[in-house]
Design a protein around this ligand. Sequence first.
Ligand code: C2E
Ligand code: CA
Ligand code: CA
Ligand code: CA
Length: 276
Amino acid sequence: SKDAGGGKFHHYEPQLHVAAEERRVLEQALRKALTNDELHLTYQPVVDAGSGLLTGFEALVRWTHPELGPISPVKFIPLAEDARLIGPIGEWVLRSACAEAANWPGDARIAVNVSPEQLHNPGFVAVVASALANSGLPARRLELEVTESVFMRDDTGAVKVLERILDLGVRLSLDDFGTGYSSLGYLSRTRFSTIKIDRSFVIGASKKVPEAIAIIRAVVALAQSLGMATTAEGVETEDEHVMVQQLGCTKVQGYYFGRPLPVEEARVLAQRAAYN
Ligand code: C2E
Ligand code: CA
Ligand code: CA
Ligand code: CA
């Protein structure tokens, strides 16, 4: 405002204004994105590190705004979380991913990202059950990816929701491990199948940064002793692949093995994997 009076905030004010305006515009557009059919899913291959065989795909949401073009989920997912739109958007992602994957040949798993907000809603269990029932996808083929931040605030509700999801026969993986919350207590309370190691550690390890190597080693050892698999995320090069394989990661995901693909291409790949 005019009476900001040369204080230290004065210089930044126009910027903040633009950001707030942009947010408001994007938020309104996002409200319409679902009904206007502007969202779609892409599928990134997840590969067994030893055999190189496809184990499944991670569903990644895409938003193409009619005028603004493609908008990254890095931008609109946090916006959806703030604007209380993540419930309906997350439900759409889950139902669509289950329906599309149910049509693929073979046993490929389908991993779906779930925001903390969704897990703090007890109704989410019924949404998962209904997505499975409506699509006919076997529960064992569905994996939900959650981040450590779920366990940050009062997590008793979320832990119960996760338990009831496990009871359905759905798997859980722990996404972006090591980038958020630092307590490990929740690992003994919730049964994860897989720990996903963030790309930042993969980059570090391939550059021989001792700390990154030590962290991957420790996470792999921890996962092994808890009976969990490990997926190295964001593997872009052969060097990175060799490194994470040597460090004992059981699965790999990244541009080196495949970019997020349109559903038709994912279905073809799933078919090939089924006959491998
Ligand atoms: P994420 O769950 O960690 O997903 C992995 C991200 O890394 C994806 O970005 C993927 O395209 C990207 N990636 C994969 N391989 C490579 C690689 O080799 N190199 C590099 N540099 N990047 C790679 P994307 O699709 O932009 O998604 C970003 C984030 O948005 C996701 O991170 C996830 O947190 C969130 N997100 C995406 N879809 C959904 C969704 O349906 N629901 C929720 N709640 N979040 C989602
Ligand atoms: Ca993920
Ligand atoms: Ca991740
Ligand atoms: Ca990430």
